[in-house]
Design a binder for this molecule. Sequence first.
Ligand code: NAG
Ligand code: NAG
Ligand code: NAG
Ligand code: NAG
Ligand code: NAG
Ligand code: NAG
Length: 456
Amino acid sequence: MDVFTLIAFVSTCFLIFLKASTAIDSISPSEPLPDGKTLVSNDGSFELGFFHPGSSGNRYLGIWYKNIPVRTVVWVANRVNPINDSSGMLMVTTTGDLQLLSQNITVVWSANSKKGAQNPILQLLNSGNLVLIDDRDGNSGAYLWQSFDYPSDTLLPGMKIGWDLRTGLDRRLLAWKNSDDPSPGDFTLEIELQGNPEAVLWKGSQKYYRSGPWNGLRFSGSRFVGPDNLVFSIEFVSNEEEVYYMFSLKNKPMLSRIVLNQTDYTGQRYTWNEETRTWKLYSYVPNDNCDNYGLCGAYGNCDSGQAPACQCLKGFKPKSPDGWSSGEWSQGCVRNKPLNCQAGDGFIQFERLKLPDATHSWVNKTMSLKECRHKCFQNCSCMAYTSLDIRGRGSGCAIWFGDLVDIRQFQSAGQDLFIRMSALELGMNIPFIHVSSLANLNISLKLNLVGSRKIK
Ligand SMILES: *[C@@H]1O[C@H](CO)[C@@H](O)[C@H](O)[C@H]1NC(C)=O
Ligand SMILES: *[C@@H]1O[C@H](CO)[C@@H](O)[C@H](O)[C@H]1NC(C)=O
Ligand SMILES: *[C@@H]1O[C@H](CO)[C@@H](O)[C@H](O)[C@H]1NC(C)=O
Ligand SMILES: *[C@@H]1O[C@H](CO)[C@@H](O)[C@H](O)[C@H]1NC(C)=O
Ligand SMILES: *[C@@H]1O[C@H](CO)[C@@H](O)[C@H](O)[C@H]1NC(C)=O
Ligand SMILES: *[C@@H]1O[C@H](CO)[C@@H](O)[C@H](O)[C@H]1NC(C)=O
């Protein structure tokens, strides 16, 4: 052991001793947190402090797991404004703002509590949430500011991704540029605010992967069947106040996180394996070819069990047959028999699909499936409908306008979708409909006559 190693060893021991003896989970305006000192959550699971990522010499304020040997940063404050030395200092102002200073003067990052505070305290919670509270409020649970509202690239249990519609807050995940640079890359995960919300991974301005809309049990694009699994419980809330996704752990001592990885453009879920003391990749998206957004074009159906994976939905044919046969699927498919809304269209039932892109969609939580069909039938640009919630016998109404894209076929997952088809297409299969007379019938009659056909 040379003298430098010895010095390093002794000072490390000293630092560890110092940390252990002074572990605190909160600071007030009179106690700034300099580089070298950390906050540790009460149960010792998370730590807040200054770190340098990978081989970079830049320093950032961040939160990481305290109890595992692999430094895993879950949140970064000054993502775009690194500090180039160890002069960083985190302060709570007396009015309840957060300021991260370098050289005691330059503000490299700040956060404001809109309300203002009398006795502001910054505390690192056991969940990994860094919260600003007003001591005056006692245990009201109201946060003036919380890091969970401003995620980096990681979703922790209890953290919401999505919208607070009352304030307009949009919580998104943004990948690190690379493992040396936590500044936001071009890979993001967001809950899309639309008639029927869904989670979308974006690669730059290109849609990359959709979860499919939530169906009460799971996202319709999930390959896993069953309401839940043994490890996580998942919550998806969509109402006038909030639209968000959140997961929690059923087995508390376990660690699990969702993280965006821009190196291989995946959204990954890791769980901590205590035996090997490593992170285990539990699942990830996109998972296969058919997860690639819009691979088969409009009315194309992606089935990873088939070769080629792209097939036109029944009743449709390739828009450009030459392109299609050479594997150029993006042009998608068109109907064999064109629609004629005035003359009366019908609906064909398709089973076990990942529901199409819901950018142009509309929902109603209380309508029955029959009312839903009527609603769709009445509007010539409505191309499909189904139940909003598939639990029990199904409830609510989800309808789609315009071309249907990014559909995939599952063997056991997925759900029913009723797609608008020409009555001619139906006429071939359901002989009791006299097609030419349909034009003279009014809507309620048509609805009674034009049945829906199941397609496997
Ligand atoms: C570090 O950053 C400060 C400003 O924040 C700048 O004045 C100084 O020159 C930088 N030092 C180096 C070595 O880049
Ligand atoms: C930081 O600045 C304040 C006033 O601007 C000064 O009183 C204090 O001594 C400075 N601290 C350090 C560590 O330079
Ligand atoms: C990204 O994923 C690759 C391959 O799965 C892995 O080797 C790498 O460590 C990940 N990067 C980060 C920052 O987690
Ligand atoms: C949803 O459907 C119900 C029942 O048809 C109806 O009373 C209600 O007004 C609809 N809500 C919206 C927002 O359209
Ligand atoms: C059909 O729905 C579209 C999309 O919501 C809407 O713009 C259009 O006005 C509707 N048409 C009718 C006739 O209701
Ligand atoms: C539509 O058909 C129903 C059932 O035959 C009938 O009761 C109703 O009066 C008709 N409505 C119109 C507007 O023709």
